[in-house]
Write a protein that binds this ligand. Structure first.
Ligand code: ADP
Ligand code: MG
Length: 421
C-alpha cells in the first residue's frame, strides 16, 4: 500500500511525496489506521524505522479536519520528548508533513529564555512539542492551557515514564482532559514501564514490530576488547581509516567527552562535543555542524542517544559502555536509519566486562566480537600520531634543554672571563 491510497488529506499526501515518502514503513503501516480511529496505541519498533511520521501523519490529519479547530481555544496535541534537540527535530517533521494544512507546531524546552516562547504561545498554536520540565513551568505559570488537548504523545515513552521524568509527567497528565487519545512510541520498553503505561491509557492497541532483536537490522554492531588507556589510539585509528565518514562517539560523562576531544586534538583530529553542561547555543551549533557534515566527529553523552535522526552517520563508537543496557540499543540506533546501513563498535575494557554482560543479557544474545590479535593491538598504538609525536617531542625537548644548558654554560664562562679581565 502506498500513501497515495490512504484516506489522509491531499495536503499531507503532497508533503509526503515531497519528502520522498512513498510507502509507509512497517510501523507506519500498523500504527496509522488505529490512531486514525482514535484508539490509544503503545507502539514498539526499532530505531530508525519512522516512528515520528507514524504519529505525525494521523495527528496532523485529525487536527486539520477537527471541528474544534479554533486556535484561540488552546493546544490540541502535546508531544513530550526527553531532549531539546529531539523537540526541535520532531517539530520540524510536523512542520514538513503539515505544510499546507494550516496546522501549526511549535516547541518549548529549557535552557533558553522563556520570553520568546511565551510570545509565540500567545499567538496560538495547535501542536506543542515539549520537554517536560519547561512544559511544567509554563503550565504552572499559566502560559499554557491543556484543557483542550485531544492527543497526548510520549515519544521515547519508556524513558519519559522512568525516574527522571515521571513526576512532571504525572503532574501534567492531571491537567489534561480525561477523554483524550494517548500514544506511546519507543524502540525499547520493559515490563515495569509497560504496566505503568497501561495504567495511564484506555484499552490500548499494542503494536510491536520485530520484538526479538531490539537492535535495528541495518546496524552491524560488534565489540572490541581494549584497555581503558588505549581507547584513544583505537578511536584515532577508526577516524583516520575512515576520513570521509561521519562518526558519532558516545562516552559516559561530560568530563570524558571533553577529554576525548582533547586527546583527538593532540593528534590533529578535529571534533566537537555535545553534553548537558554546554549551553543550548553550543549544543545546537554542534548538532548543526555535524548534521551538515562540517564536523565529521561528534563526541556525545547519552543526551544524544535517543531519537536523534542525523542522516549519514556511518559509524557509532561506544567509547565507554552505556550504564543503562537499553541505551546500547538507542546509541547504536543513531546509525543505520531508514534504509541506510551503519556500523557500530564498542570498546570494552576489562573493568567494563560486567556492564557488557548485562547488555548481552538484555539483548538476549551475545554481541559479535572483533578479535584484535596482539600484533594488531600493538600496531594500533604505534599507528598513533600521539605515540610518535610524544616520542619526537621528548627528543626535541631533550635536545633543546641540552642546547640551553650549553648556552648558559658558555654565557657563564664568558662572564667569568670578562670579570677576570
Ligand atoms: P524512529 O523514530 O523510528 O527512530 P524516525 O522517525 O526518526 O525513526 O525516522 C527515521 C528516518 O526514516 C528519518 O530520516 C525519516 O525521514 C525516514 N522515514 C520515515 N518514514 C519514511 C518513509 N515512509 N519512507 C522513507 N523514509 C522514511
Ligand atoms: Mg524516534
Amino acid at each position: 500500500m502506498k500513501f497515495e491510497d490512504y484516506r489522509i488529506s491531499d495536503e499531507i499526501k503532497k508533503s509526503l511525496s515531497k519528502l520522498n515518502f512513498t510507502k509507509p514503513t512497517d510501523i507506519q503501516y500498523k500504527a496509522i489506521p488505529p490512531i486514525m480511529k482514535g484508539e490509544d496505541v503503545l507502539a514498539i519498533a526499532q530505531t530508525g524505522t519512522g516512528k515520528t511520521a507514524a504519529f505525525a501523519i494521523p495527528v496532523l490529519d485529525r487536527l486539520q479536519f477537527s471541528k474544534n479547530r479554533k486556535r484561540g481555544d488552546g493546544i490540541k496535541c502535546v508531544v513530550m520528548v526527553p531532549t531539546r534537540e529531539l523537540a526541535i527535530q520532531i517539530t520540524e517533521v510536523f512542520n514538513e508533513i503539515g505544510r499546507g494544512t494550516r496546522v501549526n507546531t511549535f516547541s518549548v524546552f529549557g535552557g533558553v529564555e522563556q520570553g520568546p516562547q511565551i510570545a509565540k504561545l500567545e499567538a496560538g498554536i495547535d501542536i506543542l512539542v515539549a520537554t517536560p520540565g519547561r512544559l511544567f513551568d509554563l503550565v504552572s505559570q499559566g502560559y499554557i492551557q491543556l484543557h483542550r488537548v485531544e492527543v497526548l504523545v510520549l515519544d521515547e515513552a519508556d524513558h519519559m515514564l522512568d525516574l527522571g521524568f515521571i513526576h512532571d509527567i504525572r503532574q501534567l497528565i492531571t491537567k489534561l482532559p480525561g477523554k483524550r487519545q494517548t500514544l506511546f512510541f519507543s524502540a525499547t520498553i520493559n515490563e515495569k514501564i509497560k504496566e505503568l503505561a497501561y495504567s495511564l491509557v484506555n484499552k490500548p492497541v499494542r503494536i510491536q514490530v520485530s520484538p526479538k532483536d531490539p537492535v535495528a537490522k541495518n546496524v552491524d554492531h560488534s565489540v572490541m576488547y581494549v584497555d581503558m588507556d588505549d581507547k584513544r589510539f583505537f578511536l584515532e585509528r577508526v577516524v583516520k581509516e575512515n576520513p570521509d565518514k561521519k562518526i558519532l562517539v558516545f562516552v559516559r560523562t561530560k568530563v570524558r567527552a571533553e577529554r576525548v576531544m582533547k586527546a583527538m586534538e593532540r593528534v590533529e583530529i578535529e571534533s566537537m562535543t555535545i553534553h548537558g553542561d554546554k549551553d543550548q547555543k553550543d549544543r545546537l551549533d554542534a548538532m548543526k555542524k555535524f548534521r551538515k557534515g562540517d564536523t565529521k566527529l561528534l563526541i556525545a553523552t547519552d543526551v544524544s542517544a535517543r531519537g536523534i535522526d542525523i542522516p549519514n552517520v556511518d559509524y557509532v563508537v561506544n567509547y565507554d559502555l552505556p550504564e543503562q543496557p537499553e541505551n546500547y540499543v538507542h546509541r547504536v540506533g543513531r546509525t543505520g536509519r531508514g534504509t541506510a546501513k551503519g556500523i557500530a563498535v564498542t570498546f570494552c575494557s576489562p573493568e567494563e566486562k560486567p556492564i557488557l554482560d548485562e547488555i548481552q543479557s538484555y539483548l538476549t544474545k551475545d554481541i559479535k566480537v572483533l578479535e584484535v590479535d596482539k600484533e594488531d593491538y600493538e600496531a594500533t598504538i604505534d599507528f598513533s600520531a600521539e605515540a610518535k609525536y610524544d616520542w619526537r617531542a621528548l627528543l626535541k625537548e631533550a635536545e633543546e634543554t641540552d642546547e640551553k644548558v650549553k648556552a648558559a654554560k658558555a654565557k657563564k664562562a664568558k662572564a667569568k672571563a670578562k670579570k677576570k679581565k
